[in-house]
Ligand binder design. Structure first.
Ligand SMILES: Cc1cc2nc3c(=O)[nH]c(=O)nc-3n(C[C@H](O)[C@H](O)[C@H](O)COP(=O)(O)OP(=O)(O)OC[C@H]3O[C@@H](n4cnc5c(N)ncnc54)[C@H](O)[C@@H]3O)c2cc1C
Length: 392
């Protein structure tokens, strides 16, 4: 997704782009019960609109109108409401598959983007004026030359390894179990976050009264939860979440994700820029990974735009350093926010639970604090890049 988003963005600057993808993307089948849902914040909505993606997926988007955060077994809760904050929606939910397919279609229609798939990146060679990229299509090996290469090859990024860029991995010793759940009552576009002594759970509203359920727990507990029958799993999930939406009726396929924080301090080298999960990995509990990647791409667009206006080399060291400087602050703040959230949620000391309750209670009393938090979560930090601004 991030590679395609970057290709579409940079094509707006009239650059010719070759996109290598090792898997054939097949997204035109009807979405199933189990597809992964993504929370899209306000800044990302602007980005997807500016790329012409939002208009394609609007029918399949669920707005979040309310968010309810509570602390299981303790007093204190906080409610965010779109009307109180005077916005059209707090955020939106979209299936990853729907977004991915819209991106693929839009890239295919773009004359400046050539998609080669399935094609596997093999290696690159840095030259003074270009980077030479070798890739395979089946048995055949090909080479292309470019001024700049973007590495959007995911959390295990082979390109990052080849470049020998330092990668710091912090394991939380926790796992997120994700699945779709249908509750008895209508979700009414309300998202729920429930903090429990076993870890946070979240229920995200989606189409056909489905909800995306996220449950983070100690690694040692995860396998037993994955092995449960659907009936037993629904019972356990219900014990954690409670009965705010009545009885849990149906559960989809469960997936599990070990929770890590992956930091790559230096994301540029030798005409290559890492983007998306290749550049940073974080827990899905904060729903920030793609939203942050989108902001990185928007900043990359601004940097390259300035360079192309000056007819300078888009892969030169100065360009790469300008990009690294542009993304540092937002990335560091977002990673710190996610890390703090994980630490805050995982401590099950009674005193911490009590402090969480006081925090929620205080927050619920203050419209100003809610507005501040909402503003941060909406993805607008510092100078706003062009692709995150509303079109006039
Ligand atoms: C359960 C879960 C829930 C999430 N929820 C949210 C959310 O609510 N909001 C949010 O903002 N983020 C969320 N995220 C994070 C988000 O999904 C990721 O940030 C995003 O998918 C990263 O996309 P990417 O394109 O960088 O990486 P990937 O999706 O990993 O894509 C990498 C691509 O590179 C290709 N590739 C790899 N190696 C090669 C090679 N050698 N040659 C050619 N191609 C190659 C792969 O085939 C793949 O298509 C969530 C993540 C998870 C796991």
């Amino acid at each position: 997704m991030v590679g395609m988003a970057a290709a579409l963005s940079l094509s707006q600057l009239n650059l010719s782009i070759v996109l290598l993808e090792s898997r054939v993307v097949q997204g035109d089948s009807h979405p199933s019960y189990d597809d992964r849902t993504l929370v899209v914040n306000q800044a990302s909505v602007c980005f997807w609109k500016n790329l012409g993606i939002w208009q394609r997926i609007e029918q399949n988007i669920t707005p979040i109108n309310k968010v309810h955060v509570s602390n299981k077994g303790h007093f204190g809760s906080v409610n965010f409401d779109k009307d109180e904050l005077n916005v059209a929606a707090l955020a939106y939910i979209v299936e990853a598959k729907i977004l991915g397919f819209a991106l693929k279609l839009t890239c295919e229609e773009n004359e400046l983007i050539k998609i080669i798939a399935p094609a596997s990146f093999k290696q690159m060679q840095y030259k003074k004026d270009s980077v030479e990229v070798t890739y395979s299509v089946g048995e055949n090996i090909h080479t292309i030359s470019s001024k700049l290469m973007l590495a959007a090859d995911g959390i295990q990024s082979g390109i990052r390894k080849q470049l020998e860029l330092e990668t710091r991995i912090k394991s939380y010793q926790r796992t997120a179990i994700i699945c779709n759940i249908t509750p008895e009552y209508k979700h009414n576009n309300c998202a729920f976050e429930r903090l429990t002594d076993k870890g946070p759970t979240a229920l995200l509203p989606f189409v056909s009264n489905r909800c995306g359920f996220v449950w983070s727990m100690e690694n040692t507990q995860a396998q037993a939860i994955l092995d449960l029958s659907d009936e037993d799993f629904l019972h356990k999930a219900q014990q954690q979440f409670g009965y705010r939406l009545g009885k849990f009726i149906k559960a989809g396929k469960r997936s599990s994700y070990p929770l890590y924080l992956v930091t790559v301090p230096q994301q540029v080298k030798n005409r290559v820029i890492l983007i998306g999960n290749a550049a940073h990995g974080m827990s899905p509990v904060s729903a920030q990974g793609l939203n942050l990647a989108v902001r990185d791409v928007a900043r990359l667009f601004d940097v390259i735009k300035e360079i192309t206006h000056k007819s300078q080399d888009i892969g030169a060291e100065e360009t790469l350093n300008a990009y690294q400087n542009a993304i540092n602050t937002d990335q560091q703040q977002t990673m710190r926010y996610t890390d703090d959230l994980m630490s805050w949620f995982k401590i099950d000391e009674p005193i911490v639970a009590a402090l969480r309750s006081i925090g929620l209670f205080t927050l619920n009393q203050s419209k100003y604090l809610k507005q501040e938090l909402f503003h941060r979560a909406s993805g607008y930090r510092g100078e706003i890049p062009q692709l995150l601004r509303k079109k006039a």
